[in-house]
Ligand binder design. Structure first.
Ligand code: ZN
Length: 251
């Protein structure tokens, strides 16, 4: 289960936002919060770590910025949003399931708040669809990597290869020693890598890229706000290398 994670980085060239949450209505609130924290409104870029609707659903809130994603992000979003009727019924089912769950929970239980938050997220995504949501894919895409020089801060965007989705990227900010990994992994595992996945050479290349910048990484941020350590990153890197070797050998 994941929450919306909308990360904002202040740079000399404006605010950069990473991921836009699940819905326009919630993300509009996150935007207001960012504006009041930074006391400015100059959003330069929004970067999508991948195409999934819980990371791109609020893109419309940042159309004053340049929206960046991997080229497959555009392809996946176009494919996903083709069938709005299906999405609407999926969201409605999720909301109903959470509602039923809420009825069974003790009002004082810890779970109640979590389930209530999840229900609100999906409900707001559903409401977006009722109000003829404008789907807003990235306006700038890249294939391999992209570097943004923003004065005091540099953002290195690297395509990871087909993994959790077909558009997963990592974002490294050397000046802040931050690596953002989207949904590639979380503290509890979940590398979404299939056995028949043929992008293993690319994963290994990217893992080596990460390793060559090891001293410039201290904080690892997941796609749902989880702050992870370099130990978690090391586990992921090891897993990817092992998986890559297995696929190469055909075992
Ligand atoms: Zn995802």
């Amino acid at each position: 289960m994941g929450y919306d994670a909308v990360t904002a980085v202040l740079t000399q060239k404006g605010i950069v936002v990473i991921d836009a949450g699940i819905s326009n209505s919630l993300t509009a609130k996150y935007r207001k919060y960012i504006e009041s924290e930074f006391k400015r409104k100059d959003f330069a870029y929004l970067i999508n770590t991948h195409s999934h609707s819980d990371h791109t659903g609020g893109n419309q809130v940042f159309t004053d910025a340049i929206i960046i994603g991997h080229k497959n992000c555009l392809k996946e979003m176009t494919e996903y949003w083709k069938n709005k009727v299906k999405i609407k019924s999926q969201l409605s089912k999720i909301v109903n399931d959470y509602e039923k769950e809420l009825d069974t929970l003790n009002p004082n239980s810890n779970e109640l708040e979590e389930i209530f938050c999840q229900k609100s997220r999906y409900q707001s995504a559903y409401n977006d669809l009722l109000t003829n949501q404008i789907i807003t894919p990235p306006s700038v895409t890249f294939n391999d990597s992209l570097c943004l020089f923003l004065g005091d801060v540099t953002l290195n965007l690297i395509y990871f290869g087909k993994a959790h989705s077909e558009s997963d990227i990592i974002i490294h900010i050397p000046e802040k020693k931050i690596l953002m990994v989207g949904d590639l992994f979380s503290k509890y595992g979940r590398p979404g890598i299939d056995d028949d996945n043929q992008d293993f050479e690319r994963w290994i290349k990217v893992v080596k890229w990460i390793e060559s910048r090891w001293t410039n990484i201290e904080i690892v941020i997941g796609g749902h706000g989880q702050i992870m350590s370099k130990e978690d990153l090391q586990l992921f890197n090891n897993y990817v290398k092992k998986k890559g070797r297995q696929i190469k050998r055909g075992t």
